[in-house]
Design a binder for this molecule. Structure first.
Ligand SMILES: [Fe+2]
Ligand SMILES: [Fe+2]
Length: 403
């Protein structure tokens, strides 16, 4: 098994890291890639709102998840906090020893930028490092030409017996974390970060961003919402946003409210039952018996409260999110739009009735909603699961109307 190891302070992890990692994964045919944030020396002077070790690890995990999505290989990229957990200085030789112990049949490759390749001989136990792992070095700036790197690689092969491979990146992103932190402080930097990492920075006020979460742009709101979910759900959330805007335009609801409802509708989808229940307690959400047991039903309620209390959305958006899973009697147009957008968005995998539901959604809104409720009820019954009372009420209300 070929395992790549990519260390760094990841303060914050950015698209330069992401591109280098992606290209190296492909070039070396890695089976797995571990992103390992380094512990910062305790004496290092940190800026006032620096990221903590835990925050750097979380941001790295968000980027790892994104890399999994980008490469279409879900769980092969992971963030690992082993250096943060270890007491004392982060020595790469120790990390490699530990990994060899954990995965005895692993073939390890250390990913590094050109600047690191030039300093490698002075690293602690560099000869041990060269024995325990191959070195994959990539150009980090326009001045790192292939020839200079190749020369250094040759030297390391001769002096250390190191197994060095030079990786040519198709696009060199010359970006320093220090510069990026300054950009973030000045309100920029979004285009240099994987959106969920950017959202995490905004939500936690890292690097003196001071964003007012109730006045975010669509791009920023999207980033925040995506920072709370797994990357595999992003296509669905993006699809729901776009479908909701289209349906709103078709049926006369406010497209911008629909957009924001779509962006936020599943933001608490992956919170644990415990986290969901804590939010219910915090925001005074009263649960019925079915909701207490079916965690799937809770995310619409907790998501609506996060949308309201954290992101300051209006009641219409709150209510659309609140009812997007079960529906109810007397739904507003915006509520209907979000319910259906969630059901028919383009990335939904096919199910019986989907094509008809998609067509009907643009021909007759209430008929589509009724079909949506009926499909849900039938599906739940077939799986022997209880149907929520509000879905029944929505169906009966729509049936009464169509009579
Ligand atoms: Fe949902
Ligand atoms: Fe959804």
């Amino acid at each position: 098994m070929r395992i790549g190891i990519y260390g760094g302070t990841f303060d914050p992890p950015h698209i330069g890291h992401m591109e280098a990692a992606r290209t190296t994964m492909e070039a070396l045919g890695l089976d797995q890639l571990l992103l390992i944030p380094a512990a910062l020396p305790p004496h290092k002077q940190l800026p006032p709102r620096a990221a903590s070790a835990e925050e750097r690890l979380t941001m790295t995990a968000l980027m790892a998840d994104g890399l999994g999505l980008r490469t279409g290989r879900g769980n092969v990229v992971k963030a690992d906090g082993m250096e943060l957990a270890r007491a004392g200085k982060s020595y790469t030789s120790d990390t490699l020893r530990q990994l060899h112990e954990q995965i005895p049949d692993g073939e390890f490759w250390l990913l590094m930028g050109a600047d690191m390749l030039f300093t490698l001989p002075s690293w602690h136990e560099s000869e041990v490092i060269a024995k325990l792992a191959g070195i994959a070095a990539f150009a980090r700036s326009k001045s790192d030409t292939g020839t200079v790197l190749e020369e250094q690689a040759r030297r390391l092969r001769a002096d250390f017996g190191a197994n060095v491979q030079v990786i040519t990146l198709p696009k060199v992103i010359d970006l320093s974390s220090t510069h990026l932190r300054t950009l973030l402080q000045d309100g920029g930097g979004a285009d240099l970060l994987w959106p969920p990492v950017y959202g995490y920075i905004l939500m936690h006020g890292l690097y003196d961003t001071h964003a007012d979460l109730t006045r975010l742009t669509d791009e920023q709101l999207r980033a925040c919402s995506w920072s709370m979910i797994y990357a595999k759900r992003i296509p669905h959330v993006k699809g729901t946003e776009e479908e909701a805007v289209r349906l709103a335009k078709r049926w006369g609801a406010d497209p911008e409210l629909a957009r924001r409802a779509g962006i936020l509708h599943d933001c608490t989808k992956y919170f644990t039952l415990d986290e969901q229940l804590k939010l219910c307690d915090k925001y005074g959400i009263v649960l019925d018996d079915l909701e207490k047991k079916a965690v799937k039903l809770l995310h619409s309620k907790t998501g609506a409260e996060i949308a309201r209390h954290v992101f300051g959305v209006c009641d219409e958006i709150h209510d659309a999110i609140y009812w997007h899973t079960t529906g109810k009697a007397n739904m507003t147009t915006l509520e209907k739009v979000l319910y259906l957008a969630d059901y028919i968005e383009p990335s939904r995998s096919d199910f019986e009735g989907l094509a008809r539901l998609r067509k009907l959604s643009y021909e007759d809104l209430d008929a589509a909603l009724l079909l949506g409720c009926e499909l849900t009820i039938r599906d739940m019954e077939e799986r022997g699961m209880p149907v929520h009372i509000n879905t029944m009420r929505a169906r009966d209300w729509l049936k009464g109307q169509s009579r």
